[in-house]
Design a protein around this ligand. Sequence first.
Ligand code: NAG
Ligand code: NAG
Length: 317
Amino acid sequence: MWALGAWVLLGAVCAGSAQLQFNAIKSVEQTICNETVILPCIVTNLAQKSIKVMFVKWKLEKKEFFSFEGSTEKTHRNKNFSSAVLESVQNLSLGSASLSISKTQAVPGNYSCEVTESNREGETVIELIYRVGPGLPQVESSLIIFFLVWAVLFYWIQLGVTVSKGTTFQEMIGLIIAGIIISVVAVVGFILLVPDGFGPKNQAGLGLIVLPAVILVPLQYFLLKIVFKNNLPRFAVVLVVVLESLGYLIAVIGFALCMTACPPKNGAVVIAGLAIMALMAVVGLIYMIALGSCKKDQLPRKSVEEPLNDAKGVMLE
Ligand SMILES: *[C@@H]1O[C@H](CO)[C@@H](O)[C@H](O)[C@H]1NC(C)=O
Ligand SMILES: *[C@@H]1O[C@H](CO)[C@@H](O)[C@H](O)[C@H]1NC(C)=O
């Protein structure tokens, strides 16, 4: 009698513990950089360690979308989750029922993982959270904006100096339109780049900052050419233009490196390229003021220039 009573009691205790227990992971984070998302589900007290007696069910907000039957090794999935697979079927016998889903199919929400081992079962809930970011470090995006603003600003200053030294009306209008284009595109780029993260908008922003900056290279050349007219000091001009092109090339390489890594790396390369461009804009300006002004004193030269130029020159003096 006693033995029977003890046996019944023990049975009841065993039945009470016929619950599978899980590693308590409450949530996982997904960012734009996760190509696949792993929803962890680890049973810590499997008894038989055989997938033959196991059954796994995954639900999203209570709706089943995935099941795996150990005895037949058959998987069933909802068509919205066609990419869902157990992270490792072998590891299921060790307790891992973690699910892998492609990033396009993984929607944020509460997922539940239900595991059965013979007559024991258990369920755990994991929240998948979408987190914005990671993007370029704020220091890097600030420096990128800073150097482009610098380069564009010095373009406008050079333009002012050039106009004051005399340009034709068409040249002036052309240079002003080019300046407006590059300024507007840059501002749009800044607005898209600044928000946190490195999604398509931020990437487009960086593209709008880096790629159109190519315009600054020929513009630099034209400005110097206009100021120096036929007395273009070839070596120095070529140096400024070549270095500025080099800066542009470095910035584009940096941009390509940023686009191919997630989270973006090598923002520093973009910064270096834009810094060279900005610096060359300053060198160009110094050049223009220092050497361009010498030409002004040689008044006899002016008399052979176009009357329109002359008139402007007089007006501005
Ligand atoms: C996303 O990727 C990060 C870094 O590789 C990783 O730590 C994280 O667990 C991944 N998130 C998911 C839900 O798989
Ligand atoms: C998931 O469940 C938690 C806790 O019940 C809740 O706070 C959260 O809002 C839920 N998330 C979603 C996306 O429904």
